[in-house]
Design a binder for this molecule. Structure first.
Ligand SMILES: N[C@@H](CCC(=O)N[C@@H](CS)C(=O)NCC(=O)O)C(=O)O
Length: 261
């Protein structure tokens, strides 16, 4: 099996969490997303949206992290990551949809506004243009250009913080009564949400689950103590943390203001 991924990408973290849980060791191909490796024509043939991750197994490329995670559990059933109980499995799927129906975009918007756009802006206008031109789809090019101008004062940032906040409330509600998101067992529900909560932590925004949502912090501690968390911890790029932590700390009062309205 081959894995095309990026060390800090949330969707790659999801897939690696499942691979590590199952003790599967694919050949890893690390893509530098700032250099535009994901736009290379050979990669776009496998993943037409030019995003990571992609796995190639049995000669077939498989894309979309949620689909990949379920594929891995179908193809490699040892160390299952889906509850047997149909009710819990349905609940698991409600959680795994959450990134795909809004949280992933919210995470990208928040991460870009606070930190990632500064990485691009530091590259200078020529490199930015080369990167934008390499995106395979005009809507993606436009979205990327817009994001470069959207800082923490922008309306999309406020909407993204509110979307994140809503998910944290939903998580706390569930985790007040069960140890894991789908119920009694660790599952793809937890895998789907871990990277998004870790991202807030990397942005020094863990205060968002202080107080009535403290069950989210206890859940994150339980997730981090599991051996498969090496799929996140062993791939951390310190340069990203050095950028994200201070940026998130600087935005605390702006975020508190958004959440107060
Ligand atoms: N729905 C896709 C989203 C994949 C995605 O957006 N990946 C990001 C990293 S987490 C990416 O490759 N971004 C590259 C870019 O924006 O240029 C999935 O779940 O696999």
């Amino acid at each position: 099996m081959d894995l095309y991924h990026n060390n800090m990408s949330v969707c790659s973290q999801k897939v690696r969490l499942v691979l590590h849980e199952k003790h599967l060791k694919p050949v890893e191909h690390h893509l530098n997303l700032r250099a535009g490796d994901q736009n290379a024509p050979d990669y776009v043939k496998m993943n037409p949206k030019a995003v990571v991750p992609t796995i190639v197994d049995r000669g077939q490329p498989i894309i979309e992290s949620t689909v990949i995670c379920e594929y891995l559990d179908d193809a490699y059933p040892d160390h299952p990551v889906r509850p047997k109980d149909p009710i819990e499995r349905a609940r698991m799927r409600i959680w795994t949809q959450i990134p795909d129906t809004g949280l992933h975009m919210a995470c990208a918007t928040v991460s870009f506004a606070l930190a990632f756009r500064h990485q691009f802006l530091a590259l200078g206008p020529d490199a930015i243009e080369r990167y934008a031109a390499g995106r395979p789809d005009p809507a993606m090019r436009e979205g990327f250009r817009q994001r470069l101008n959207q800082g923490p004062e922008s309306a999309p940032f406020a909407a993204a913080i509110k979307a994140y906040d809503k998910v944290l409330t939903q998580m706390a509600h569930q985790l007040d009564s069960t140890p894991w998101l789908a119920g009694a067992e660790y599952s793809l529900a937890d895998v789907a949400l871990i990277p998004y909560v870790v991202r807030l932590d990397h942005l020094a925004l863990a205060w968002m689950w202080d107080g009535p949502r403290a069950s989210v912090g206890r859940w994150l501690a339980r997730c981090s103590a599991r051996p498969n968390f090496s799929a996140v911890a062993d791939y951390i790029d310190q340069k990203y943390l050095d950028l994200m932590g201070p940026a998130g700390r600087d935005a605390r009062s702006r975020i508190a203001e958004i959440l107060a309205h």
